[in-house]
Design a protein around this ligand. Structure first.
Ligand SMILES: C[S@@+](CC[C@H](N)C(=O)[O-])C[C@H]1O[C@@H](n2cnc3c(N)ncnc32)[C@H](O)[C@@H]1O
Length: 382
């Protein structure tokens, strides 16, 4: 361990405390000892100013001085390590695509760990090992024997395994689909996911003990994000309010948006829109809209929203007309009717933030509710 790395770790921990993400002395100690630079491998992806939103340039460790690499590792930033399955060290040149693995920004990692309420001596199942950095923090805090982590991507899993071994950590590591959890070490006190899901997988419900918790980013294809924090009850259900944090995580691979084929925009009957389509540009508005059209993806911006449902071919498209807006809808699902209904209900309740909503999971369905479990609700597409 270089003195410079140790000093930067201390500074990072102090920054996270100052920003309010880190309050627990146990996690602070973990941040102060886990060498994040060892989990970033030999390269990360970078976006230079002026690059398109989906363009990523590989930044090689060998092109930087040791000091520059450490500065990068201990900045409070997410470092993307893989784009569309291409690892940064293998890219060779700028690639276009979506991040498929990363080292999440440390403030978000520790905020999630704190929000999950993980305490000493608790058994944790982590979904999405990624680089292994958050897994190492868990090991430092809880001890290797209490930590299980699942990673879907074989390359990322192998890299994380090596980095964890090299830094002296030996949790249970599983390469596979985290949506199936890992029943080898059941029952868990806490499950924490660092990839987003469209609904809570039943395997998680079975592997977490009664009174235990599931902390997972919920998302869809609009995409609308919210961080669920559920407590398991004795009757096999789970329920809880969404946390106030505005987090967005890459989708769990089997829950990612399906590929779309070609389509013609603007089909269907036209009518006036009851709501301003710009509401979908707001993070909470988009989350609410997604409740009303849970399998739709969104294209377009501002007044000109396009919603597409790949499975049914349904579509909705809005545009400005005079002082208001019109919408055209086509296909078996009236996507905009669902969105309007959800947005009107939400605005009618005063437009609360995402923590004004909650989620209840039972064997027969998953319902997002507004206000309290008996309030207005929307089913998730399980
Ligand atoms: C944001 S990264 C994880 C960050 C990581 N915790 C860290 O601190 O470096 C999300 C990870 O979830 C993984 N992932 C996606 N779908 C998954 C699934 N179904 N099961 C397990 N891991 C999954 C991705 O491959 C990716 O590595």
């Amino acid at each position: 361990m270089s003195d410079a790395a140790g000093r930067l770790r201390q500074e990072l921990a102090a920054l996270l405390v100052e920003g309010g993400a880190l309050t627990d002395p146990g996690w602070r100690r973990a941040v102060e000892v886990v060498p994040r630079e060892r989990f970033l491998g030999e390269a990360v992806f970078h976006q230079d100013e002026g690059m398109a939103g989906d363009e990523w340039r590989p930044l090689l460790r060998s092109s930087l001085s040791e000091e520059e690499w450490l500065e990068l590792a201990y900045s409070d930033q997410t470092w993307v390590t893989q784009v569309d399955g291409i690892p940064a060290e293998a890219a060779g040149h700028t690639v276009a695509g979506s991040p498929t693995s990363s080292s999440t920004m440390p403030s978000l990692v520790v905020r999630m760990l704190e929000r999950a309420g993980i305490g000493d001596a608790e058994k944790v199942l982590e979904i999405g090992t990624g680089t292994g950095y958050s897994t190492a923090l868990l090991c430092e805090r809880l001890g290797d024997g209490l930590v299980t982590s699942v990673e879907y991507d074989r390359h990322a899993a192998a890299r994380a395994r090596q980095a964890l071994e090299d830094t002296g950590h030996a949790p249970t590591l599983v390469t596979g689909d985290g949506l199936a959890g890992h029943d080898g070490n059941v029952e868990y006190d806490r499950l924490i996911a660092t990839c987003s899901v469209r609904y809570i997988p039943m395997a998680w419900m079975e592997q977490v003990r009664d009174g235990g918790t599931i902390t997972a980013p919920l998302s869809g294809w609009l995409p609308g994000h919210a961080l669920a924090h559920l407590t398991l009850a004795e009757d096999g259900t789970a329920s809880g309010r969404f946390l106030p944090d505005g987090v967005s995580f890459m989708p769990a691979r089997p829950h990612a948006r399906p590929p779309r084929s070609s389509f013609v925009i603007g089909l269907g009957d036209e009518r006036e829109s009851v709501i301003d389509p710009n509401v979908l540009d707001d993070a909470t508005g988009r989350f609410v809209a997604q409740l009303g059209a849970p399998s739709a993806e969104k294209l377009g911006l501002g007044d000109e929203v396009i919603l597409l449902d790949v499975a049914t071919g349904s579509q909705a498209s809005t545009r400005r007309r005079g002082e208001g807006w019109v919408v055209r809808q086509h296909g078996p699902l009236r996507l905009w009717d669902g969105v309007e209904d959800a947005v009107v209900t939400w605005l009618g309740a005063g437009g609360p933030p995402r923590s004004g909503f909650g989620l209840t999971v039972t064997r027969t369905g998953q319902r997002v509710w507004l206000g309290d479990p008996e309030g207005p609700g929307w089913s998730l597409p399980v």
